[in-house]
Design a protein around this ligand. Sequence first.
Ligand SMILES: Cc1ncc(COP(=O)(O)O)c(C=O)c1O
Length: 359
Amino acid sequence: MTRKFNFCAGPAVLPEAVLERASSEMLDWHATGMSFMEMSHRSSEVVGTVEAAEASLRRLLGISDEFAVLFLQGGASTQFAAVPLNLAAKGGALTYTNTGQWSRKAMAEGKRYGEVIEIASATTDAPRAIPPQDAWISVEGAAYLHTTPNETIDGIEFHWVPQSDAPLVADMSSTILSRPISVDDYDVIYAGAQKNIGPAGLTLVIVRRELFGRALASCPAMLNWETMDKGASMYNTPPTYSIYLAGLVFAWLEEQGGLVAMAKANQKKAAALYSAIDSSDFYGNPVAMADRSWMNVPFTLADSELDKVFLAQAEEAGMLNLKGHRSVGGMRASIYNAMPMAGVEALVAFMQDFESQHG
Ligand SMILES: Cc1ncc(COP(=O)(O)O)c(C=O)c1O
């Protein structure tokens, strides 16, 4: 077996130890004579596993009982609609920061449910930056403020938490679990699982229970956070196997030393890659230093004619999925929790070697 370095933005690399464990338990889970994915979601085994996954996540992120933890389906994109559907009943504008493509997708969905106001936008020319909060438009009585703490395509990240009188909503799909955060600073956090949590098919929502009661009457039961909380994420059949795998990832994170250890490792990986980009005129990154993503590092070659050669040679050298998003081109290295430092070191060495051949 040869595992390569997978820099995919998502579905992304998972910890090898987790895959090995899942593989060893695939046919006969804990001597039950069944695979976990064959078990009733009402069985004590599955309920116990979901509860253990939730408890582990609560420990990792320090989530208090004021918050519900929901394991849902439909991806982060479904939450683009669920956010207004759950929060807009009391009126008020739906406010958004626009820091990149995922912000804009969230906003487009919000427009179906109310008046959307874009209160801040990242600059579009390099160096791309998030404006400071004192430059944002202030809106009285907003239903919520939606932010995208890490823009997976654009490689732009908030390294600070905005202050907000309105409930603060964060699409943390590509940054969750990359470092410690204070969940209390937010009101709603949601994330597609397929980056730092586990396999695609699972969506995590962490919501302050105080916000229940603000859902539009038209909110479908399947998107209603209060309904899902009452049903302990089992209102319908949940993605049991994905939750089991996420639980293994959470346990792995705890074994690694939790999110403090992750932050240290992630910062080191990001610093090594940005330093390789910045120390050469051959490579470029369009994001202002203060707003650069730890998880998704887009970069360009001075001569874009070489992009294809770069990608082909990288693949030959065992580094996969470095192509930038189709809307922006260039390259993107996603270096989530499960990407080892060795993967980043291999990429940096390859980049230096490629430059010496083509620079
Ligand atoms: C920041 C962000 N938000 C939302 C999405 C959409 O997630 P999903 O495909 O789970 O709907 C993605 C996917 O990559 C993302 O990176």
